[in-house]
Design a protein around this ligand. Structure first.
Ligand code: PMP
Ligand code: GLN
Length: 383
């Protein structure tokens, strides 16, 4: 019996850059500021709450769309924070991380031949999910160093085949955020078109310098055509628990749930019960923005005097650093040399780009203990 060798469905896709850099960081004993995750633990009460819910018997399948208490807590949060009422019974779906939310949403709406507008640099899971469904990603580039949306370019990218547009704010990897003007422009550009907007809003609570998150849920004319996706992993320092959600009008949610039920069916019950308590108690993740702003500012202070030049970071837990004063190497080559020779792992932004030249910038995750940031910065000052 020989193993059938079928052509790959994602022939040009290798192992995710996050897995690659974390593996290399571990192999070389480098400080890992590459993959985005905290190197400190979540609140111990969260772990205890999961154990309590397991002891209470929440060990069988949760409802397909999610635990009711969690959907209610999220509906209350979304209404208070963004002013849109989502019906917890029909308009919220709990998913296995934002990743599954994105995948199920894209799978629900994208057919062969459809086009999906993606702003790049963009998170690595978007384009493969589009391609697996026979769709074509149409990239609109956010250009170094401003990374602003050029709405004329969006207008040119739209065709009768455009089915979906995906907007990520606060933005990974650049740390930029869309403005209220961007949202109004988005509504104008899509007026009269059958295009679903997908908002990747996983960093919705990690905002700096008093900024406001422009959720799609705030804009009724957009929210009516939008799927708002978020993740508890970033907000509660629990990236490994992989729970997120999609909020969307009933007609869109019904289609997402048709897919979700066959991708995972349902998500870890005890963890959903835990988040239901946490979101009801602390819907806006009080203190999280200040916590990460302090980390960002500490990291920036610590690298003062280095030859890295920071770009503005408005939200997320990623800082872009321009290395043009150090080297003319490509970002991928420099990232490898930085890891091997200087012992700091970062992500080259070209990993988030296709067919465009990257800027001379690497992405550094500052969701790290102060001591980790100090050790990393001491090395960066020597480069
Ligand atoms: N979107 C963006 C922009 C992200 O940075 C991440 C973080 N991994 C995700 C989606 C995926 O989130 P999750 O871990 O909840 O699947
Ligand atoms: N979102 C994280 C990042 O951007 C990593 C997610 C992953 O490892 N797939 O680094």
């Amino acid at each position: 019996m020989t193993t059938p060798l079928l052509p790959s469905k994602l022939p040009s896709t290798g192992v995710s850059i996050f897995s690659v850099m974390t593996r290399l960081a571990n192999e070389h004993g480098a400080i890992n500021l590459s993959q985005g995750f905290p190197d400190f633990d979540c609140a111990p009460e969260l772990v205890e709450a999961v154990a309590r819910h397991m002891r209470a018997g929440h060990n069988q399948y949760a409802p397909m769309a999610g635990v009711q208490a969690l959907r209610e807590a999220l509906a209350a949060k979304l209404e208070r924070l963004y002013g849109r009422r989502y019906d917890p019974a029909t308009e919220i779906t709990i998913t296995s991380g934002a990743t599954e939310g994105l995948f199920s949403t894209i799978t629900a709406f994208v057919r062969p031949g459809d086009e999906v507008i993606l702003f790049q640099p963009c998170y690595d899971s978007y384009a493969p999910a589009v391609r697996l469904n026979g769709g074509t990603p149409v990239f609109v580039t956010l250009r170094f160093p401003e990374y602003r949306i050029d709405w004329d370019e969006v207008r040119r990218a739209l065709t009768p085949r455009t089915r979906l547009l995906l907007l990520n704010s606060p933005h990974n990897p650049t740390g930029t955020m869309v403005s209220a003007d961007d949202m109004r422009e988005l509504a104008r550009v899509l007026d009269g078109r059958d295009v679903v907007v997908v908002g990747d809003e996983v960093y919705e609570h990690i905002l700096f310098d008093g900024r406001r998150h422009e959720s799609l849920a705030r804009y009724p004319e957009l929210a009516d055509r939008s799927v708002v996706i978020s993740s508890f992993g970033k907000t509660y320092h629990t990236t490994g628990w992989k729970v997120g959600y999609c909020a969307a009008p009933q007609a869109l949610s019904a289609e997402i749930q048709r897919v979700h039920q066959f991708v995972t069916f349902s998500v870890n019950a005890a963890i959903q019960h835990t988040y239901a308590e946490v979101v009801a108690r602390d819907p806006f993740a009080e203190g999280l923005a200040a916590f990460y702003q302090e980390k960002r500012d500490r990291f920036l202070r610590l690298i003062e005097g280095s030859r890295f030049r920071p770009l503005p970071c408005q939200g997320t837990y990623f800082q872009l650093l321009d290395h043009s004063a150090i080297t003319t190497e490509r970002d991928t080559d420099f990232a490898l040399r930085l890891l091997r020779e200087h012992g700091v792992a970062a992500i080259p932004t070209s990993a988030f780009l296709q067919g465009e030249e990257p800027g001379p910038v690497l992405r550094f995750c500052f969701a790290k203990r102060d001591e980790t940031l100090e050790r990393a910065a001491a090395k960066l000052r020597q480069v």
